[in-house]
Design a protein around this ligand. Structure first.
Ligand code: GLU
Length: 422
């Protein structure tokens, strides 16, 4: 099967190759593959805003909705300089397998705006967020497509999305986005959900390979919402965080970094740069340092054929979406006994699972305690984790292929049962 002509680029190609491998494993007939893999629709919009200097600037925005078979589509919106429709489509496809693996009643979606958010003032950020949502109004809805944060966006952006949508509806529609601040209808625990979920699954993997938290070491790449919370949670459980990085700096200290100080620094400065003059390391080298747990929590394709053989971790916990290329996966597969992989669609699913809880609470206007949210989150992750490990063992396949197989199979079965209309 051809990947598609509408979407291109390395990231989409990667999603396609992963799907083909799993489709071969599942023996999906060739003529049924496109129906499962190709995104249902893609919306491309131009978002004009006034810059602070009075000039007008136009930013390109995207939303790709992968499939509508199980309910509304669901997924984050990223603001990043290199976003294009192929990347957004790949991320939407991955959201589908992620939601299906977690048993959520959603298809995958993803959105993006091609902009480096660090170049926008707070007022420009608000203008762009509002304009993007406004352009998307005909294509989204609480039962059509529900947005959430992703790289470069946050709770505040979700509040602006919700407010913009609501103002056009003439009433508050909090269920239009998840990942909102708690005071505007968000749920307790959503901000921490992805990072805590990563730490929870790392804990399960440690049990499996007989590692204890105390004395274990971790390196975290990416210090945004996912990486920082994963670091704090692991540190609170006794794990020594020996390396961290973001797009501005990388620090390494085998004796362990002070995560409390890191937290305060990032809260003030928003980035890691300037944290220390002494513990700096080349960001690419950081990934190759010996550690028990390596958490890539930044962006796609950071583990490839050039560095995968040099990884010295025992557990690879993929907090980011798509951090490992298919070429690297082949090598990881040969190193299965050395490196325990927690694949992205399992590892970072805590975010969308709690987004689902937020959506349900919003629809019912009935809110849960943080304890209830976290208990249900860990139950859901445990269920998925057990399924993935069980499937990997049964079929003698990698954890990634097992996770993808469960996700793809769930979508395939739903499509087969619903049939083809008309
Ligand atoms: N952007 C997150 C992800 O990639 C969360 C999506 C959501 O909560 O809908 O999983």
């Amino acid at each position: 099967m051809q990947s598609s002509s509408a979407y291109g680029g390395e990231v989409f190609d990667m999603a396609f190759r992963q799907f083909e491998a799993v489709a071969n494993h599942l023996d999906i007939p060739t003529d049924e593959r496109q129906r499962i893999f190709l995104p249902k629709r893609a919306v491309v919009v131009s978002c004009p805003i006034h810059r602070d200097d009075g000039s007008t600037a136009v930013f390109q925005g995207y939303r790709v909705q992968h499939h509508l078979t199980l309910g509304p589509t669901k997924g984050g919106t990223r603001f990043a300089a290199n976003v294009d429709v192929g990347e957004v489509a790949a991320l939407a496809v991955w959201m589908s397998w992620k939601c299906a693996l977690a048993g959520l009643p959603y298809g995958g979606a993803k959105g993006g705006v091609t902009v480096d958010p660090h170049t926008l003032s707070p007022r420009e950020m608000e203008a762009l967020s509002r304009r993007y949502m406004q352009e998307m109004i005909p294509f989204v809805g609480p039962h059509i497509d529900v947005m959430a944060p992703d790289m470069g966006t946050n709770e505040q952006v979700m509040a602006w999305f919700m407010d913009t949508y609501s103002m056009y509806q003439g009433k508050t529609v909090s269920e239009i986005v998840t990942g909102k601040p708690v005071e505007t209808g968000g749920t307790l625990g959503r901000r921490e959900a992805t990072g805590r979920g990563v730490a929870y699954l790392v804990g399960q993997a440690m049990k499996k390979i007989n590692l204890s938290h105390s004395g274990a070491t971790a390196i975290i790449q990416g210090y945004g919402n996912v990486g920082s919370i994963a670091a704090l949670t692991l540190a609170s459980q006794g794990v020594r965080i020996i390396g961290v990085s973001d797009h501005t700096a990388a620090f390494y200290d085998p004796k362990g970094l002070d995560v409390g100080a890191l937290e305060r620094h990032v809260r003030e400065r928003r980035v890691l740069r300037g944290f220390s003059n002494e513990m700096t390391i080349d960001p690419a080298d950081l990934l190759l340092q010996k550690c028990d747990v390596l958490v890539p929590a930044a962006t796609e394709r950071v583990i490839g054929s050039e560095n995968v053989s040099k990884l010295q971790c025992r557990i690879l916990a993929e907090g980011a979406n798509g951090p490992t290329t298919p070429e690297a996966d082949e090598i990881l597969d040969q190193r299965r006994d050395e490196i325990f992989v927690i694949p992205d669609i399992l590892c970072n699913a805590g975010g969308v699972i709690v987004s689902y809880f937020e959506w349900v609470q919003g629809l019912q206007q009935f809110f849960w305690s943080e304890r209830e949210v976290m208990d249900r989150l860990y139950q859901a992750l445990q269920r998925s984790y057990d399924q993935v490990l069980g499937r990997a063992k049964r079929d003698n396949i990698s954890h990634r292929n097992a996770a993808l197989a469960i996700g793809v199979e769930t979508v395939m079965r739903a499509k087969a049962t619903r049939g083809l209309f008309p």
